[in-house]
Design a binder for this molecule. Structure first.
Ligand code: UDP
Length: 238
């Protein structure tokens, strides 16, 4: 199958992608590796929006499971995504890539609020725009935030960086001989509850016709390869 071609992409990284060998938090070398992936994609001429999760620091559901109020815990999770965004911003700028962070929860001393038209200007000037704090509301995830920003910024695709190289008919880490799909329909992903992103995020991409490209971000150089139409990935589309 020929992959669709893209100019502007939204790259979603989970917080765990920043964790490195540890079980928690931010590993500077790993963050630098992720930033290098983004820089390589940028150097290929792509316009890049970034959304980073917070699961390496705090997840609302985990807090709620231990007795916290869910909404309160979710706000902590959103703040965690801002910390990750600042870490990635720092790493990108140390590599000479201009960036701006826009947060869905206002924190003027730290970063800009989300302003779509301003984000457009940043992209036009060649900056990477990092969207933090998800959608800015509890009971959502950064996957949904990524789908929302991809729609708002009219991205050609949402790139979901994971630890596997696409969508399989069974968990490839558990089932030997699991088969990877080159492409798969949104409706099938939803009907079979394939765990690519949460259902709200998948539905938002389906309704706005934004393909989701599932690929392995942990393999150095892979984002650039997949963007060039070469690397291994699964494209979810209508
Ligand atoms: N979160 C939220 N609303 C949002 C985005 C995130 O409440 O719009 C909270 C939620 O508690 C979530 C946490 O922030 O668990 C971290 O985000 P996520 O779990 O999506 O991070 P990832 O799994 O991608 O690292």
């Amino acid at each position: 199958m020929t992959r669709p071609s893209f100019k502007r992409i939204l790259l979603k990284l989970s917080g765990e992608a920043l964790m490195g060998p540890g079980q928690f938090g931010i590993d500077p070398d790993t963050v630098a590796g992720m930033a290098a992936e983004v820089k390589a994609a940028k150097d290929q001429g792509f316009e890049i929006c970034l959304v980073i999760g917070g699961g390496n620091i705090f997840r609302g559901m985990a807090g709620a499971a231990k007795g916290m109020d869910r909404a309160q815990a979710d706000y902590m999770g959103m703040l965690a995504t801002v910390m990750n965004a600042l870490a990635v911003q720092n790493a990108l700028e140390q590599m000479g890539v201009e960036t701006r962070v826009q947060s869905a929860i206002k924190m003027d001393q730290v970063c800009e609020p989300v302003i779509r038209r301003r984000a457009e200007r940043h992209l036009a000037k060649g900056r990477v725009v990092i969207f933090a704090a998800g959608v800015g509301s509890p009971y959502f995830t950064t996957d949904t935030g990524a789908a929302l920003r991809a729609a708002e910024m009219k991205c050609d695709a949402l790139f979901k960086g994971t630890s596997v190289d696409g969508v399989y008919d069974a968990d490839p880490k558990k089932v030997s001989g699991a088969t990877r799909y080159d492409s798969i329909g949104f409706d099938r992903v939803l009907a079979e509850d394939l765990k690519i992103m949460d259902a709200a995020a998948v539905a938002l991409c389906r309704d706005n016709n934004i393909p989701i490209v599932v690929f392995n971000i942990r393999q150095a150089g892979n984002l650039a390869e997949v963007l060039a139409g070469k690397g291994t990935a699964t494209v979810v589309l209508n």
